[in-house]
Design a binder for this molecule. Sequence first.
Ligand code: OGA
Ligand code: MN
Length: 291
Amino acid sequence: MAEIKITHETDPIGATITGLDLGSDMSEGEFKTVRETVNARAVVVIRDQVALPSERLVTFARLFGTPQVNVRADANNEANPEVFWVSNVHENGKPLGSHDAGRYWHSDLCYLEKPSDVTLLHALEVPATDGVSYGATEFISATAAYDSLSDDLKEKIAGVTARNGYRYMWNRKAHEFGKRPVLSDAELKKFPEDAVHPIVRTHPRTGRKCLYVCDGYTHAIDGWAEDESRETLDALFAHLLDPGFRYRHEWRVGDLLIWDNCAVQHKANFDYPPELRRRMQRCTIEGDVPF
Ligand code: OGA
Ligand code: MN
């Protein structure tokens, strides 16, 4: 069997694992290595999982915890509802899964009382022409972002909570990108109500503090006047964009990317034309109530 190799060239986040085959069951020791690498590096790619059926993705995902079934039922894999399609392709005349996932900087499922712990995203098709691939996924270290806030700002946001809204995100995307219908207030009610979470989270495994505001979803600081809430959220979103906290994942077919939704935020790139196919399958794992 090939030897597991772990490398990382970027800081503070990102790592590459080779020499693993998720088509067969992993030993406890191998999984411990993966788990520790995710804790330490927050974004980890396991390369070369080219033939990974959705049920094997779920089997591997279960080693991290309980897979979540996404609130957007039309984008879930029919045979395995814990698997969510992220793609730009059409099948039988209908869009397969979500065509606008990850447009804004965010952390997965932050609109739920128990947001995602880790996400696993597996590349079945990657848009590419002339040897250049498109549709990279970008990451920001939420830990480094918190650590580098000014003492004043750290003090100002200590103990503060904010509202994270799926309904808010839905219509914002619908208006901005036209890939989903604009819904009435009554129609939006089928989706969860806002979740209220601390904007500074403590990581449940590493104990590090992480900045937890998502541009796509976090729309109001609880109990603050609207102006001050907007101004502070905008300042925090701007701070997150510091190029020093970044990792950019350039996809290859067969990559299984794992990220930690407390330690990082992420965003998709839509830099390819519609005729280049991108098809990914995703599994998110339920996390703790943020504290
Ligand atoms: C996601 C997501 C980004 C991408 O699936 O949660 O944000 O690049 N995807 O597809
Ligand atoms: Mn996402």
